[in-house]
Structure formats: C-alpha cells, structure tokens
Design a protein around this ligand. Sequence first.
Ligand code: AQP
Length: 320
Amino acid sequence: MRLSGITPSGHAQLGNYLGAIRRWAADGGERDLYFISDLHAMTTAHNPARLRSLAEETLAALIASGIPAERVFVQSDLTAELGALTWVLECTCTYGEAARMIQFKEKAGGQAGVRLSLLTYPVLMAADILLQGASEVPVGEDQNQHVELARALARRFNSTYGEVFTVPRAVLPLAGARVRDLADPARKMSKSTKDSAGVVFLLDEPELIRRKIRRAVTDSHSIPGYQPDERPGIANLLEILAACTGRAPGDLAGEYPTYGALKEATAEAVVETLRPVRERTTELLTDPAELARIRKEGAARAAERGEHRLSSALRLIGAG
Ligand code: AQP
C-alpha cells in the first residue's frame, strides 16, 4: 500500500494539480491510497467552518480529477481510530524525537502560543501511515524526517510489544511539475500563500486565470528563453505551458516571439487543462448527498483496513 495526502490548508492550486493530483489520477494504481489531511491543518490558527468546507472541496477536486472514489478518504472521518493510535504511538515516541523535527523547529521558532499539536503532528502522521498499513509513503524532502519517525515507531512498537505494524519507507513521489508563484517565482506556488495574486486555484474562473497569468512577473528581456536560474519567471510560464501541453519547456521557448504571446498561450492552456476539473468539482459540490455518500464509504473502507492493527496495538500495549 502507498499512501499520499493533501492538506486542505487553502484552496487546491495549479501546483497541487500539475505536481501531484494529476499524476495520482493518471498513474496511481490498486495499491495507492489518498487522503485529505484536514487534522494536520489544525496545528496552527485555523477557522473551523473554512477548514470543513476546504476539506469537502478538496475531496471533490480529487474525485473530479479522476481519482477513483474508493481510494480516497478524509482524515477526520477516522478521528476516533487515529486519536487512539496516536496515543499509543506517543507512548512509543520520546519527547526528544518529536522536538528534533526540523519542521517543528522552523515553524515554532520564536513564536508565542505554539500549539502542542505542532510538536506532536508527526506522531499523528505516523498513525495515518501505520493504521493503513502503508509500506511506501511518497514525500518530498521536507517530510522525509517524519516518515523516518513513523519507521522508527513501527519498529520500536513491533519489537517491544509484538508485531503489528508494517514498517514504512519514504519513496520519491511520481515526478510532476514544480510550479512557482506567478508573482514571486522565487517561491513555490502554495495554497496557503496570503497574497493570492500569483496563485492559480483549481476553481478560479477562466477570466481570473487569464488576469493572473497576464500579470505574472517576468524580467527585463523581451524574447522568451528557457533559463530557469537566470529567468525564473519566464521559465515558470514555460514549465506550466509544457506541463499542460506535454511538450518540453526548452522547445516551447522558441515558438513565442513576445512575452505577451507566451502569457496568452499559457493562460489558454491552463484554462483548458483546469476546465473539466473545475466543472466536475463544482458539479459535485452542488450534490452534497453524493459527496457525503462517497465520503462515508471511503471512511468505512479506511477504518476497516486499520481495525485489526488498532485493536492488536491496544491489546498488546495493555489498554482495555
Ligand atoms: N507548487 C507546487 N508545484 C508542484 N507540486 C506541488 N505540491 C504543492 N505545491 C506544489 C504538491 O501537492 C501535493 C499536496 O500538497 P500538500 O497539501 O501535502 O502540501 P504542500 O506541498 O505544502 O502544498 P501547498 O499548496 O504548498 O500547501 P501549504 O500552503 O499548506 O504549504 C504534494 O505532493 C506537493 O508536493
């Protein structure tokens, strides 16, 4: 089993789609599972109603992108199971191990009112992985240490109390495009970026997408050229266009005489790529009963998959 997640920390954006969701839909197979990690979006200040609606929207977007409904679930639908397993794993984890997490140090550094969950969420992530019995977790560099922790906890539990958990390992995600922020190509496009001028969301209307791409930061040259280090803004547009058309960014550069022409072509390619996803997502969102049914079935399947592991772990650790 291979487990991948998406955190509804904002509206899903073009980078999520071209870099991950689209690959999940096209290349994912029987052994792939996907989940909306809404509990992970609670480790910093959050708005409950917004989070609930973002989780729903993200679920709809994954299904609309072509991921089979039976391979998707929402994390908070398993709060009882995950809460119990997180406790078991917290009793397997040392404080030092959690406090060593680089992401915790980076995000908590110097801040007042840091939530305890920011420290412990890698243990919840271990619970996500171990409950489902995932052997592979496709993650970027920034999440590697968390998968290592899940690995260490699985091994420790198995050797201390009895064999329950599959020991997972981090694997490289399916290679997708890396999309940068249109207004600031030095950083990646992100759903939680405060200023959304450089972020194309999956549900943006075509006219808004065109406007955002027309205003994308470029450079002082005037003829498109593919030089990612020296000209990141133009390279980003070429890479987006390439990802939408299946062409190579370097080949596309010579086909557009001006920045304006490149922006127009990129905007149209993005609009057409996202159109079916936006239409199907919107359609699903207007059918809450169908979405609720998909969600309920996904939750039941995910809970069933983990049931024996959770009950064995509780029994072996001495609970109940
Ligand atoms: N800009 C991007 N280009 C390519 N891939 C991207 N992904 C995210 N942004 C880009 C991929 O989308 C998947 C789900 O992302 P995530 O929710 O696990 O977290 P993230 O990488 O932190 O995504 P965001 O949009 O940047 O969210 P925030 O704003 O919360 O940090 C992952 O496979 C990710 O690589």
